[in-house]
Design a protein around this ligand. Structure first.
Ligand code: UFG
Length: 332
């Protein structure tokens, strides 16, 4: 059997490709390389085909679906910077929401009936209670989260009309790198906490700025639920099995269920790297909720998913190993 991976050269997409290739599957990747990396694609593997293009190009999608045996689409291709989405919302509604419409049209026309979608904790907005359940209200506080929520709603109606079933996976904070350090997190414009913390012991930054020290949390800094990227990849494999077993469309949170504050993350990184990390408390970053922690009980129960990386130090260690080996990301 075969899958189409949209955005397979990106951070989470490339880790998924690495995991699915451990199974007997053919993998077609489409990626416009706007944020993904050609170097992360396993070109040498004869079961991998790569198309460099945008999912909003229907001719390419039609060609992919007619030339390859594909029963499931795994859709990672999207812009994902909260701050940028506030400044340039139309980019997000065009690329993310518009991209989903193009993709689903091609799937409908080519009779491809299953899709797994990268959704986000940002669909919830400011949580009403912790841990967050899938049934909690969705009130996104930024266009990124709104674009992803719209994509979920589009899939619901498309399922009703054309029978394209979906699994939507709402990631909390994706973190870490593959254990063999062959692929990892490398963004052209880095905004994420762990890679920014690690720049200090790598000698690439003088300090890490903590965005706000006056939140209503025990140490005053924001709390997040960090989940290892290989565990996220594994949830997609389980979602493929779920859809192939003929089960109905559904939405699942993916997190570890444990929250860590920014200060706790810095302490954990000091332990992993054996170095003191200079910290400066700065202003709050607009739009950051104080606390985001998932309940992933539904994914555990229904998909049979069980994250293996439950230690925050182990998660940071995989990221550290990748950054030490690739201090300039894929450029090195
Ligand atoms: N932070 C700092 N300093 C930094 C960078 C981040 O203190 O230099 C803090 C943030 O304020 C936040 C925490 O570290 O409290 C984590 O920030 P990230 O930017 O790493 O991650 P976010 O929680 O903002 O974003 C993640 C995903 C998004 C998703 C969002 C849902 O990366 O795609 O969760 O809220 F939309």
């Amino acid at each position: 059997m075969g899958v189409l991976v949209c955005g397979g050269a990106g951070y989470i997409g490339s880790h998924f490709v690495k995991e699915i290739l451990k199974r007997d599957e053919d993998v077609v990747i489409i990626d416009n390389l706007s944020t993904g990396h050609l170097e992360s694609i396993p070109h040498q593997n004869p079961r991998v085909k790569f198309y460099e293009d945008d999912i909003r190009n229907p001719a390419t999608l039609d060609e992919i679906f007619s030339a390859n045996k594909i029963d499931t689409v795994i859709h990672f291709a999207a812009d994902a910077l909260v701050g940028e989405s506030v400044e340039n919302p139309l980019k997000y509604f065009d690329n993310n929401t518009g991209g989903m419409i193009s993709l689903l049209e091609s799937m409908r026309d080519s009779n491809v009936k299953q899709i797994i979608f990268s959704s986000t904790a940002a669909t919830y907005g400011e949580p009403k209670s912790i841990p967050i359940l899938e049934t909690d209200p969705n009130e996104p506080t930024n266009p990124y989260g709104e674009s992803k929520l719209m994509m979920e709603k589009i899939m619901k109606w498309v399922d009703q009309a054309y029978g394209i079933r979906f699994v939507s996976l709402r990631y909390f904070n994706a973190a870490g790198a593959s254990e063999d350090s062959s692929i990892g997190e490398a963004h052209l414009c880095e905004t994420h906490l762990i890679p920014l913390i690690l720049r200090v012991p790598l000698g690439q930054s003088d300090h890490i700025t903590v965005f706000g020290g006056d939140y209503d949390t025990p140490d005053g800094t924001c709390i997040r639920d960090y989940i290892h990227v290989t565990d996220l990849a594994d949830a997609h494999l389980k979602a493929i099995d779920y859809l192939r077993a003929g089960k109905s469309s559904d939405i699942f949170n993916l997190g570890n269920g444990q929250g860590f504050s920014v200060k706790e993350m810095i302490s954990a990184a000091e332990k992993v790297t054996g170095q003191k990390i200079k910290t400066v408390i700065g202003d709050r970053r607009p739009g950051d909720p104080a606390r985001l922690v998932a309940s992933s009980e539904k994914a555990k129960k229904i998909l049979g998913w069980n994250p293996k990386f439950t230690s925050i130090e182990k998660i940071i260690e995989t990221a550290w190993n990748w950054h030490v080996k690739n201090p300039k990301g894929y450029e090195s």
